[in-house]
Design a protein around this ligand. Sequence first.
Ligand code: ADP
Ligand code: MG
Length: 579
Amino acid sequence: MTRLYDDPATFTEDMVTGFVAAHPSYVRQVPGGVVRAKRPRQGKVAVVTGGGSGHYPAFCGVVGPGFADGSVIGNVFTSPSADDAYSVGRAVDRGAGVVFSFGNYAGDNMNFGLAVERLERDGIRAHNVVVTDDVASAPAAEQNKRRGVVGDFVVFKIASAAAEEGYDFDEVVRVAEHANARTRSLGVAFDGCTLPGQDKPLFEVPEGRMGLGLGIHGEPGVSEREMPSASELAKILVDGLLAEAPETGSRRVTAILNGLGATKYEELFVVWGTVSRLLAEAGVEVVAPEVGELVTSLDMAGCSLTLTWLDDELERLWQAPADTPAYRKGNVELAAADAAVEDEELPELPEKVAVVAPPEGQATAATVVQGLRAIADLLHDKEEELGRLDAIAGDGDHGRGMTRGSAAAIEAAEEAAKQGVGPAAVLVAAGDAWAAKAGGTSGVLWGAALRSFGDLLPDHRAALPGDLVAGASAALAAVQRLGRAELGDKTLVDALVPFVEALRSEVDGGASGREAWARAAEVATDAAAKTADLRPRTGRARPLAERSVGTPDPGATSLALALTRIGEVLAGDRKDEQK
Ligand code: ADP
Ligand code: MG
């Protein structure tokens, strides 16, 4: 159980408040996360960790000299938003760029990906190093699909030490990717974990059984078996990882035997006794291992073993001193720490200035607001239905996410429109609010789609049918760039591609914007219905793909509903004009 909280809805914020109050000499809070209390020297590459919370000491516990410059903090087991990552990135940049590193999850990839794009637009170099160490989550041939688990800790540590030593941007990225390529983890669970405010665990392992290869958010494991003894478990973990050893020729590893939250240090030491003997018998030398809790999963019972095959460079960086709230190593009489500046003001986020648009732009903006209002009302009504669709093979949150996202979007859009801005600025405000508030994959994609659509709507003249085609194409491009889904993967892309194609051919054939939109929305509706025949090949529904056959994809369904509703708004608009 997670027993202590005031309000489950503010659990993460309340946790961060207490964390910062406990460690003022190490960290200070910024929107979206924390950064070092003392700013490092100018010219140092910044390394930022992050992800959902619920994994302490990962990730905010390792901010300090020798380790991370900042940490982006999402809600429990939930990706932080692009805004969060961007804000932390801005705060830590010292003119040499920002390297984000995090475990491989769709939401994190998309949100950190968007943050990188925004930082680069500001002239700040940025790059994502995605950790993929969990051998149970995909076969060796598809290492880039593997989840990131405790390997995060090794990769962050090594990248951070490199930045502290003075490596330049490209070299920090290189060594972080090198460390990831040589890192493997395998985990087991004996019991699930419970989110704050919930009375049932996210998953359960039957009494006397053990789940092998579960994810750190309770993702299903590869197999279940009888509970082993400590030394049997040590053998399962060591054999499992040695079978997956990267081809390096190295016989030296560092190791982490990690407790997931409800497995005690004493138990871990009992297991470690056998792990270290087995590794020695296999001719593998262990350098500076860690046994303890480094990446937890709330109160999950279980543990994992991580091995990183070292070379001289990786060993030196792993051994380098670090001084952070949760992790201290060696003697940090760092030159870097001496040069660090205490109490220096952090840079302000660039102010969003409202550029007042000419009347034509304001008129288009008003139509956009009307459309967003109509979508928010519609999605509010459809919340339960969309949730039910998503519960069949996904996690059931699609209705809730779409309602929250669209409600936040219309609020932000109305606020922006009041200041007299054009359609692009209204859609940027709406998209960012949608992505920040919705949670879930679809929220990030909708946020990016609205932003990209808006970029192509003019401020200085009325929107033409061709602008709608250009906007819709840009929205599709953003969705595919971020989500990497192809046609047939059973996602909202299966409704959006036919929509954009139909819109284009209608406009090319001379239809007005509203006629073209209405007909394209019909095409999208048909296409969304046809996704019932498909098996999901990406996203949260992938592991339960078979179960989803016969049910249309929730994201494609909600998209088709929204597109149809916008078509009605455009048509209604015309009636008003004729009056
Ligand atoms: P989550 O899957 O994170 O719980 P939602 O439930 O809100 O998010 O949204 C699920 C929908 O998101 C799916 O039905 C699918 O249409 C869409 N989706 C998931 N992954 C992708 C992707 N990579 N590209 C495009 N759409 C996706
Ligand atoms: Mg979902």
